[in-house]
Design a protein. Structure first.
Length: 346
């Protein structure tokens, strides 16, 4: 017997979300039946996790990692960081954000950073844009890939943008259309998806509805962010199991923070759901300047160390990443949040 907690109309199909209340399984066939692709089929054995063989890491250190630092990082050093990330094997790097320089002074040099980038075959540079003005700047700076989103928290939306979530989504629709007209690829999604320090718990249904609206806009990737670092593995598992069927062929990317020490556990929960793209920051640098206490992205070195130990391939050189984090530690004069870089493990 099952208890249905939610259902979503998928056009020619309906997705039900719930839990098994009671089940009787033939001892000779210990794999339970699941109904998908219009037929009943046996699931994989419950005691055998099916983890992805390969994972793509999206490095957000040059943007999310640096944006809250009080010490200014010169353009030359930012480019050095980006080049070192490329040398370590990163193919997806968020290099800057196009925001008002008074709000995030560290990103005031966005155009100069973009002008100094070295084109490398197979490497994708992207920038964060919050509004149409930011999108226009990214386009003029020559970026072909942009990242955008809205918070699932009404309180945060009013606090930061002085507008409702609905108004923010209307802006997103215009921005996605304009970016597409300019030939740019768009990653868009939901911020504070697992909770907000100003509002508290965020209903799963709200995240699902916002995701559905983004997918209808024709985005290339759906991003789900734990901006406040409030998520737990159970939440992550439930949300990813709900969103992946909705997204279909559109990749779901998870952006996690380690504010409360849940980063690695949440990453594992997502891997168990088949998620294959994660944002991370070298050395665990990062945090949102607009959310109180939202410190620390998951550290790239820590995350890929776990994956490599579990036989998951990332194509990244842990040694090079750790060296970069040690350089940053020397520059800042303080220890970074990451753990693996301090141990010299690779």
């Amino acid at each position: 017997d099952c208890r249905v907690t939610a259902h979503y109309d998928g056009g020619d199909h309906t997705i039900f979300v719930g839990e098994v209340v009671e089940a009787r399984i033939n001892k000779a066939q210990e794999r339970p039946l699941l109904y998908y692709n219009r037929s009943w089929q046996r699931s994989e054995p419950l005691n055998q996790l099916r983890l992805p063989q390969n994972v793509t890491m999206v490095e957000v250190g040059p943007r999310d990692g640096l944006q809250t630092l009080k010490k200014y990082v010169p353009v030359e050093q930012k480019i050095h960081i980006i080049n070192q990330l490329v040398a370590a094997g990163l193919k997806r790097i968020q290099v800057t954000s196009f925001v008002h320089p008074k709000l995030v002074p560290q990103m005031a040099d966005a155009e100069e950073v973009c002008a100094s980038l070295t084109a490398v075959e197979g490497v994708q540079y992207n920038g964060l844009v919050l509004n149409m003005r930011g999108l226009e700047r990214a386009h003029k700076a020559g970026l072909k890939h942009v990242d955008m989103g809205v918070p699932a928290s009404e309180a945060l939306s009013q606090r930061n943008a002085n507008s409702s979530i609905a108004e923010g989504m209307a802006r997103m629709a215009d921005m996605v259309k304009q970016a597409r007209d300019w030939g740019m690829s768009v990653r868009a999604g939901v911020q504070t998806a697992f909770g907000c320090v100003y509002e508290g718990a965020i209903p799963l249904e709200r995240v699902v509805e916002l995701s559905r609206q983004f997918l209808a806009m024709g985005i290339d990737e759906l991003s789900i962010a734990d901006s406040s670092g409030m998520g737990n593995p159970q939440q992550v598992r439930q949300m990813m199991q709900t969103l992946r069927p909705l997204a279909g062929d559109i990749p779901v990317v998870l952006h996690l923070h380690d504010t409360r020490g849940m980063g690695v556990a949440n990453t594992l929960a997502a891997l168990e759901c088949g998620i294959q793209q994660f944002d991370s920051s070298f050395g665990g640098l990062g945090g949102c300047p607009f959310i109180e206490g939202a410190k620390g992205n998951i550290a790239t070195e820590d995350t890929i160390f776990m994956m490599h130990e579990m036989g998951i391939q990332t194509g990244l050189d842990s040694g090079r990443l750790s060296q970069l984090s040690r350089e940053m530690e020397d520059f800042l004069g303080q220890e970074l949040p990451g753990k693996i870089y301090q141990l010299g493990l690779s």
